[in-house]
Design a protein around this ligand. Structure first.
Ligand SMILES: [Zn+2]
Length: 214
């Protein structure tokens, strides 16, 4: 189901562009609204959420999937922590489907999926490790890099339960918006992947905007 936001970009208290292949690490306060925009279309925003007041608590795909009874994320999806606590709820979505099964790309998985010589190509996991190393006041390390959401990414489940990485269902200017139910640390890797259609083989920028609590 699709739903447009009622929030105007001009009223946002924060706005930034994440260049293709870069990361964004930022705290979103309880009650604030976060919008992630697929600026040019067919980009993947690999996203992790942590409780800012207790980073041991973080987004959990299994809790979220089990509770909502669906493997796709979209309007109304509550993003739950491993304790089953709602961290954020998706309140507007112009895409209709986001992935929480495919995980983030890594240099290791690139060699398995594509070819050995892909080992040195930039991958989301590198961006995550760099982000946590450059912001060590959170006390998070690479051991804390868990299972992520891929906003704008289309990973349809086949009839026999397989995962398929398909061309994106997103497009230029499409977005997803969520309200935070706790203070959350948001870590986005704007995927640099060049080997699969998650970003149409052409990484492009992602915009992020934050609005104060209504
Ligand atoms: Zn990636």
């Amino acid at each position: 189901m699709l739903k447009q936001s009622t929030l105007a970009a001009a009223t946002a208290l924060y706005a930034a562009t994440i260049p293709a292949g870069d990361y964004w690490l930022h705290e979103v306060k309880k009650g604030q609204t976060l919008r992630i925009v697929d600026v040019a279309g067919n980009q993947a925003a690999d996203t992790l959420f942590y409780n800012a007041d207790d980073p041991h608590e973080r987004y959990c795909a299994t809790s979220t999937i089990r509770t909502q009874g669906n493997v796709y994320l979209g309007l109304g999806s509550r993003l739950l922590s491993q304790d089953g606590t709602p961290m954020l709820t998706i309140v507007a979505d112009t895409v209709g489907r986001h992935d929480t099964l495919g995980g983030a790309c890594a240099t290791e998985s690139n060699t398995v999926r594509y070819a050995l010589e892909k080992k040195t190509m930039h991958a989301c996991r590198d961006s995550y490790v760099l982000a946590l190393a450059e912001h060590d006041h959170w006390g998070l390390t690479k051991r804390d890099i868990g299972h992520n959401i891929n906003f704008f990414m289309n990973v349809p489940i086949t009839a026999d339960g397989g995962l398929s990485f398909a061309d994106g269902v997103s497009g230029p200017g499409q977005y997803v918006e969520m309200v935070a139910h706790m203070n959350v640390v948001v870590l986005i890797s704007n995927c640099p992947q060049l080997n699969n259609p998650c970003n149409a083989y052409d990484p492009t920028p992602i915009d992020v905007l934050i609005w104060e609590a209504a």
